[in-house]
Design a protein around this ligand. Structure first.
Ligand SMILES: [Zn+2]
Length: 300
């Protein structure tokens, strides 16, 4: 009976949904799993977000746990093939579910999870956005586990190296954006303040504060700037998001000054430099509309 049970568990583990994740080396210390420049769906099953592992010496620091329990479990097992280290902390860059639902795996293995104190204002949903958009098999085992260490600004030390966690403290991409800076490795993780290869979503953000946060990151002397979506990891990783947001503000401000209404602005502000970016078709018009309302309101 017992051996039958073991056999069934074994067969089940063979049949578990496989993300076929491949870690990419970013620097001597950091590997990332880079997600596709797409919206979550039943083909990518949430593998549209970045999750990174930093080898601190005797442990990994994980930045963003990814979209599901199975994703997180499979990512860690791939990292163990590179070097079998325990995990000291997981840090969630913000409260969007593609970045934190993998917490359910790390919580199960007893890892402390750090996130913005804005998580206090989040409620657990009956069904997450991820759950509604991906296959049930891929979502299997996933629970909404919020960080157990909530921070505004905090420095933690791992293997005598400092990790400076700093809250943007204003609504930028979200109200909960954290910057995670590791001076020793000249690396900063900036979550969804930086998107590349695709159009950012601005629905939970504030354009002016977002640009201000990017200005601050731009002024830093760092080698690696790693965002929440996209594979560019040097200082130029900021450029596309920066250019998109500043153009959006300029063009819509001009439309507002000239008294052009929202419908005409949505039709006219096409920003052709970005037409070839992924998700232009699904997000750009919506972004113009959101930005128009945001700037109209803030200029009143
Ligand atoms: Zn995201």
């Amino acid at each position: 009976m017992k051996s039958l049970l073991i056999l069934l568990v074994f067969i089940h583990s063979l049949l578990a949904f496989d993300y076929t994740l491949k870690p990419q080396k970013v620097s001597a210390e950091t590997h990332c799993f880079f997600g596709l420049p797409e919206v979550m769906d039943e083909r990518n099953n949430g593998n549209m977000v970045n999750s990174c592992f930093v080898n601190m010496g005797t442990s990994y620091l994980v930045i963003d746990s990814g979209p599901t329990y199975l994703y997180a479990k499979q990512a860690y097992s791939k990292m163990k093939e590179i070097k079998d280290l325990p995990i000291s902390y997981v840090i969630n860059t913000h409260t969007h579910d593609d970045h934190y639902l993998g917490n359910s795996f790390y919580n199960e293995i007893g890892v402390d999870i750090v996130g913005s104190n804005e998580f206090e204002n989040e409620t657990k949903l009956e069904k997450t956005r991820m759950q509604m958009n991906i296959l049930e098999d891929a979502y299997s085992g996933t629970k909404q586990v919020f960080p157990n260490i909530l921070v505004e600004n905090k420095t933690i030390s791992i293997d005598a190296k400092e990790i400076n966690i700093e809250s943007v403290n204003k609504k930028a991409h979200t109200k909960s954006d954290l910057l995670i800076y590791i001076p020793e490795f000249s690396t900063i993780f900036v979550g969804d303040l930086v998107f590349n290869e695709r159009i950012p979503s601005i629905r939970d953000g504030n354009l002016k504060n977002w640009i201000e946060a990017l200005d601050k990151i731009k002024s830093m002397d760092v080698k690696y700037i790693i965002g929440g979506h996209g594979k560019i990891v040097d200082k130029s990783s900021i450029d596309a998001t920066y250019k998109y947001l500043t153009q959006l503000v300029d063009k819509i401000s001009l439309a507002l000054e000239n008294g052009i209404d929202i419908a005409d602005t949505v039709n006219n502000v096409s920003m052709k430099d970005f037409k070839d970016f992924k998700m232009y078709g699904s997000l750009h018009r919506q972004n113009v509309e959101i930005a128009y309302r945001m700037l109209e309101w803030s200029s009143e």
